[in-house]
Design a protein around this ligand. Structure first.
Ligand SMILES: [Mg+2]
Length: 367
């Protein structure tokens, strides 16, 4: 992004980035305690309305899971791709892959390994070294150095929602053309998932976030994603899922049953459909997020996806303050959001081919 940003534009963008990350994390945390519960069990344990607030998961209220962890490493990878550009290298999938490998280390190691020189600040956050029901394909896809690519993806045949739930940050590249945002999300999805739907649903999600980040309406952003999907081989399953989400909006009052008619959210296209549907019918952020987590499926991922959408659409100030106050990792999420916004709007003041802020390079090493 070379355009000069005005103050109001910068503040609006930062608010959307914060909203996207915090909103996703809040949705993740609301669903964390009921991820593996049926709707019947949720209502039995929490009342007829299901969960209406954080419930204890992983030993606390407001705990986030793998969805938020991986989303944070996507953000970190994107910042580092831009910083590394100063060295003449430009291949964002490589930086994203390195970031996901750092996430994978948080799933198997006790804490940060200070011998790693290029670790950066995010992987030094000790609270991230926690296993929160990570997806199998994400773990196995990142278990060795070889980067999965479109030609040779990891886990051929896998289309779990682990691609979609980590891909919102690609949509925050507001200076990029939508088709490039789509392509980058698809390529990075191949690092863990080989099925076209696993990849294309991630691309569609990124493009929807991208439209919202640029101030467009949600339904228009979904239509834009559908147009880009239509040109890709193997798109039908993802297209059908998004069309089902749009169709469900026209069927009347939102309910858990209407959410469940879209699937359970364990697969990429179902998690996308549920997240988009709940964001489309949301009366406000709270209503949308509770709808997104009270169903018999992957509640934390659908909550996270819906929260990314509502947060980027309405900005951080639209998020319920009490949920922000109690959210695990709030300080880290805010630092990361602000760093991303600074990198995207004020990069020349932080680094360039002729010099850089040492503190910035320590946070985001170019090596
Ligand atoms: Mg999760």
């Amino acid at each position: 992004m070379t355009a000069v940003w005005g103050r109001a534009q910068q503040q609006d963008f930062r608010s959307r980035v914060r909203g996207c990350l915090l909103g996703g994390a809040i949705g993740d945390a609301l669903g964390a305690g009921v991820e593996f519960e049926s709707l019947e069990a949720i209502q039995r344990d929490h009342g007829a309305d299901g969960v209406t607030d954080y419930v204890t998961a992983y030993g606390r209220r407001g705990a986030v899971t793998d969805d938020t962890q991986m989303t944070m490493f996507t953000v970190e990878g994107l910042i580092r791709a831009q910083v590394r550009r100063d060295t003449g290298a430009w291949h964002p999938p490589t930086d994203i892959h390195r970031a996901y490998r750092r996430w994978a280390a948080t799933q198997s190691e006790w804490g940060p390994d200070e011998r790693r020189k290029d670790m950066g600040w995010l992987a030094r956050e000790e609270w991230l070294y926690a296993r929160r029901a990570p997806g199998e394909a994400c773990l196995s896809g990142l278990s060795d150095d070889r980067m999965g690519t479109l030609e040779e993806p990891k886990n051929p045949g896998s289309k779990g929602c682990g691609t979609v739930m980590r891909s919102a940050p690609f949509g925050l590249l507001v200076g990029w053309e939508p088709q490039l945002v789509f392509q980058l999300a698809v390529e990075c999805a191949a690092q863990t998932h080989g099925h076209p739907t696993g990849q294309l649903a991630a691309g569609a999600f990124a493009v929807i976030v991208h439209g919202l980040a640029r101030g467009e309406a949600l339904d228009g952003s979904v239509q834009h994603a559908l147009a880009l999907l239509g040109a890709r081989p193997g798109h039908q399953e993802t297209t059908d899922a998004l069309q089902s989400a749009l169709g469900a909006v026209r069927q009347g009052m939102p309910s858990p049953q209407r959410v469940e008619a879209l699937g359970e959210g364990w697969t990429a296209e179902e998690s996308l459909a549920i997240g988009v549907y709940c964001a489309l019918v949301a009366e406000d952020v709270r209503h949308g997020l509770l709808l997104a987590v009270n169903h018999s499926g992957d509640s934390d991922s659908t909550g996270s996806i819906c929260g990314n959408l509502l947060g980027v659409q309405h900005g951080e100030t639209a998020l319920p303050p009490a949920w922000i106050a109690e959210l695990e990792g709030r300080a880290t999420l805010l630092q990361l959001a602000d760093d991303f916004a600074m990198e995207m709007t004020q990069a020349p003041a932080l680094h360039g081919p002729t010099g850089a802020s040492p503190a910035w390079l320590d946070r985001y090493p170019a090596a």
